[in-house]
Unconditional design. Structure first.
Length: 328
């Protein structure tokens, strides 16, 4: 089968290419999925900043050889192991798996859910990882109905999910993004929008019960100015900021300083460490089928164009998600 192969964890430039590799072996408790679409990102991009930092430190001590990237996907079940009870061949599913940017993946039942009927395979391929991050960030912030929530980086892969989920939870949502993305963020349900090129939300203006910082371009002191006296800051990632030695060190430094400050102030400053669970996958499916969650796919590319598309993505991507289509 054909797959995208990555030779480095640190950068996409010149190190991703298409290869023919062996088909995955299907265990007794596993499901073989023919991948129709997979989210076009390498490990770490648009994940919580602390996860990015840990991953980059680990990468210094090892280099992948023949490593297939990708985490979230959607497709059709090709075969099931003898112990599988929830799924049958031919069903449409979505979920997460290491090596998702390949024509086939083999995963356990816990990593899969039935694809929502109201989304395409390309849209479903963006739900798992970005959706987990957004949903868990809102939980970490203890978001409740009626609270004022600001989402910095609202037009990115995680931000577009966070805006919609915050509205589904009953929050009053302010989305921060560039001028070109204001209409998009409003269409997702944001009550207020801020063009960060014209207005700095940390300098005067309202104070918020919860801030989800997807952008990572403000200091802790600046963010605390925009936070209510007993509000919560959730540090999530660096949407649209190219990964570099400086950016990941900055993320780690912010996380460590927040951990030191938090015991001595009334505000909560927390970093998100994302987890993956079948329960959250099913929750995201329910939000989608209820019409409360619409994945934003900016562009789709065939597998043959994936290396070039991913190299462009590393330069910074601030609107929705890009998807690689692996089969018709």
């Amino acid at each position: 089968m054909k797959a995208l192969v990555q030779d480095s964890y640190v950068s996409a430039e010149g190190v991703v290419h298409i290869e023919d590799i062996e088909m995955p072996v299907v265990g007794d408790d596993e499901v073989l999925v023919r991948v129709r679409a997979a989210s076009g990102k390498l490990y770490g991009w648009d994940l919580p900043a602390i996860v990015q930092s840990i991953g980059r430190m680990t990468a210094r001590f090892r280099k992948p050889k023949g490593h297939v990237p990708g985490l979230d996907f959607a497709g059709e079940i090709e075969a099931v192991g003898k112990d599988v009870v929830q799924f049958r061949p031919g069903g449409a599913v979505f979920g997460w798996s290491k090596g998702a940017l390949a024509e086939y993946v083999s995963v356990t039942e816990d990593a899969l859910a039935v694809k929502p009927t109201n989304v395409s395979f390309a849209e479903a391929a963006t739900i798992a990882i970005s959706g987990f991050t957004a949903l868990q960030a809102l939980r970490k912030g203890r978001v409740e109905s009626g609270q004022h929530v600001l989402i910095a980086g609202a037009s990115g892969g995680v931000g577009t999910f966070a805006v919609q989920l915050a509205k589904a939870l009953g929050a009053d949502v302010t989305g921060v993004c560039s001028k070109n993305n204001l209409d998009l963020v409003r269409s997702l349900g944001a009550d207020h929008t801020i063009d960060y090129t014209k207005e700095d939300f940390t300098r005067g203006g309202p104070r918020y019960d919860v801030i989800l910082d997807m952008a990572g371009n403000h200091s802790l002191s600046e963010l605390r100015r925009a936070l209510g006296p007993d509000g919560t800051l959730v540090m999530v990632g660096q949407a649209g900021i190219p990964m570099s030695e400086q950016s990941w060190l900055k993320s780690l430094s912010r996380w460590l300083r927040a951990a030191v400050w938090s015991p001595f102030i009334d505000q909560r400053l927390v970093a998100l460490i994302q987890t993956r669970s079948k329960e959250d996958l099913l929750a995201l499916k329910d939000f989608s089928e209820a019409g409360k969650l619409t994945p934003i796919v900016t562009a789709t590319y065939p597998l043959s164009e994936a290396p070039e598309a991913i190299e462009r993505l590393e330069e910074g991507h601030g609107r929705g998600r890009v998807v690689i289509e692996l089969s018709a």
